[in-house]
Structures are given as structure tokens and as C-alpha cells.
Design a protein around this ligand. Structure first.
Ligand code: HEM
Length: 155
């Protein structure tokens, strides 16, 4: 019967290959950011343009946005997401706590809004993976946006 032994030279080669490809991945992330991969600011503007029109047409969410100018909100969402995913933008809007404080945003509303963003990303041609990477960046904002324990989300 043939015996399989580990050739140390080949083993070392595989380890080096794995390590270098792992490094390659992180290089890929920094050299070509997710922002560039998805198509930059133009794509983000399209995504949030569609997401916002759905949000303003959503009977559950709209009451929060009554009187909030769409264009200004879109710019802030674009800049914020752009900065979160490695783009050359500076978010100059309010902190998430400040923007949502005293609005009593519920968890259900949060997920509903995120679903509109997710729908828009899909419609605008982002891959499933790109979509998930962006959602991973937005998810940690939840605790500053959602109203908690009847005490709001104080500053
Ligand atoms: C991932 C989820 C969310 C993100 C990333 C987000 C992000 C933002 C940003 C960047 C602004 C602009 C802040 C500024 O004016 O300087 C904003 C404002 C606002 N957000 Fe959110 N938001 C989210 C969820 C929600 C939800 C679920 C609601 C309500 C149902 C909501 C209601 C509002 C309202 C009404 C404003 C306007 C505030 C104002 O002009 O005074 N947001 N949000």
C-alpha cells in the first residue's frame, strides 16, 4: 500500500502560498477599496436615490421623514457610507446619536430602512458580497439610532 508522507519542502511552499494570498487579500482591500469596487460616488448616489424614494413612500417610515429635504439627506447618507467603505469622502453631518435622538426609532423601523437600502443595492447591480460588506459597516450604527428601553438614545 502506498504511504502518504508530508514532504516538508512542499508543506512549507503551501504555507507560504496561503500566507501570501491572505496578505494579498488585505492588500486588495486597501489598494482598491470597496468604494472603488462598487463604482464610487456615482453608484452610491444611485443606491441612496432609490433607497430614499422607497423610504419616503413607506407608510411606516415616512412619518419620521416628513419635512426632511430628500436631497440633503441623500448627500449625508452618501458621504457617510462613502467614508465607511474607504472612499475619499468626509462625513460632516450630525453624529448618529444626535440625528436620531428623541425620534424614538424602533428596531423594526431600523430593519425596514436597511431593507430599502439592501433592495436598492441589489437593483443597482452590487454583488451579494458587496451588499453584505456595506451592511456590515452600517450594522454597528444601530445602537446609536434605535431608541432603547424607553430612555431614548441619549447623547
Ligand atoms: C442604517 C440605518 C441608518 C443610517 C445609516 C442613518 C443615517 C442618517 C444620516 C447620515 C442622517 C443625516 C444626519 C444629519 O442631518 O446630519 C440621518 C438623518 C435622519 N435619520 Fe437616519 N439613519 C438610519 C436609520 C434611520 C431610521 C430607521 C430612521 C427612522 C425610521 C431614521 C430617521 C432619520 C431622520 C428623520 C433624519 C433627519 C434628521 C434631521 O434632519 O434632523 N434614520 N440618518
Amino acid at each position: 500500500m502506498k504511504r502518504y508522507t508530508i514532504n516538508p519542502v512542499r508543506y512549507l511552499f503551501v504555507v507560504i502560498l496561503l500566507l501570501s494570498s491572505a496578505g494579498g487579500c488585505s492588500n486588495l482591500q486597501t489598494n482598491t477599496s470597496l468604494y472603488t469596487d462598487i463604482g464610487g460616488k456615482e453608484k452610491l448616489e444611485k443606491v441612496f436615490g432609490l433607497a430614499i424614494s422607497r423610504i419616503y413612500n413607506d407608510p411606516i417610515l415616512y412619518p419620521h421623514f416628513k419635512g426632511v429635504p430628500k436631497k440633503a439627506l441623500r448627500k449625508k447618507l452618501v458621504d457617510q457610507t462613502c467614508a465607511l467603505i474607504g472612499g475619499p469622502c468626509e462625513y460632516t453631518g450630525k453624529s448618529m446619536k444626535k440625528a436620531h435622538n428623541e425620534r424614538d426609532v424602533t428596531e423594526v423601523e431600523f430593519y425596514r430602512l436597511v431593507e430599502h437600502v439592501q433592495y436598492a443595492m441589489r437593483r443597482m447591480g452590487l454583488s451579494y458580497q458587496q451588499e453584505n460588506l456595506i451592511l456590515q459597516k452600517l450594522a454597528p450604527l444601530k445602537s446609536d439610532i434605535v431608541y432603547q428601553n424607553g430612555e431614548g438614545n441619549p447623547e
